[in-house]
Design a protein around this ligand. Structure first.
Ligand code: PEP
Ligand code: MN
Length: 271
């Protein structure tokens, strides 16, 4: 049973990280490459995306790959690249953590940790990030129910960390025209069941760039507090998830289209 997630007086939780507020009026844009490739890639992405309204640069130093022979991420070196690049672009940063033994190390180098879909029910990892002192983005497992997703958030909170951001990223269905099926009803359901901020990842759900803008619009309309989108300085060259990344220019154009929509429903998008 959930003890911590029932909305207190129906009020949403607003998570403040430096100058950024997640869960308030503003819709927070998180974007960046799938993986940390180099410091230069992060600086280039960060500077361009900042101009496009992005508050948090995503890029992971650790990558959960389907094949053990695929690029696994630069690890600690990648985390150091994040720190070095941040001095030049100034955005908040986020990277995935997959291993409970590496939680402290990741938390030392980035502002927000994310738990990937494949680890949503890695309970030892959830407990460890509960103790890490940094906000957590908790991605929904591809086969997890909303209830299971929420109980995973409860694990993190029960271990001392109230700063959890739920992220819908698509679930496994019979449909093959997209990589996963973006479950926007889960955003509405989670909104009723919890006070936590909820963001949407259209990139991993769609698996291809031409659907991203439409899914972002739908996510805003259904009440998402933010978006996390893969964008790369040169998508074709992306080491990881090349098929779904937007270019930085495409992201910038899309963000402009999202602004009037956000404002039409009383939300803000700071571009
Ligand atoms: C990612 O964000 O790059 C990622 C691996 O996402 P997910 O865990 O949702 O598949
Ligand atoms: Mn990815």
């Amino acid at each position: 049973m959930s003890k911590l997630l029932t909305a207190p007086n129906g009020k949403k939780t607003v998570i403040e990280i430096g100058p950024v507020r997640i869960g308030g009026e503003e819709i927070v844009l998180i974007a960046g490459p799938c993986a940390v490739e180099s410091e230069e890639q992060l600086v280039k992405s960060g500077l361009h995306l900042k101009k496009a309204g992005v508050a948090i640069l995503r890029a992971s130093a650790h990558k959960p790959r389907t094949s053990p022979y695929s690029f696994q991420g630069h690890g600690l070196e990648g985390l150091k690249m994040h720190q070095a690049a941040q001095k030049k672009h100034g955005l908040l940063t986020t990277s995935e953590v997959m291993d409970p033994r590496l939680v402290a190390e990741v938390a030392e180098h980035v502002d927000i940790l994310w738990i990937g879909a494949r680890n949503m029910q890695n309970f030892d990892l959830l407990k460890e990030v509960g103790r890490c002192g940094k906000p957590i983005i908790l991605k929904r497992g591809a086969s997890a129910t909303v209830e299971e997703w929420i109980m995973s958030a409860e694990y993190i909170m029960a271990h001392g960390n109230p700063n959890v951001i739920l992220c819908e990223r698509g679930i496994r269905t019979f449909e093959t025209s997209t990589r996963y099926t973006l479950d926007l009803s889960a955003v509405a359901v989670a909104r009723m069941k919890t006070h936590l901020p909820i963001i949407v990842d259209p990139s991993h759900a769609a698996g291809r760039p031409e659907l991203i803008a439409a899914l972002c619009k739908a996510a805003i309309a259904v009440g998402a507090d933010g978006l996390i989108v893969e964008a790369h300085p040169n998508p074709k060259e992306s080491i990881c998830d090349a098929a779904q990344a937007l270019s930085l220019e495409e992201f910038e154009q899309m963000a402009k289209e999202l602004k009037p929509l956000a404002e039409s429903i009383g939300r803000k998008l700071c571009l």
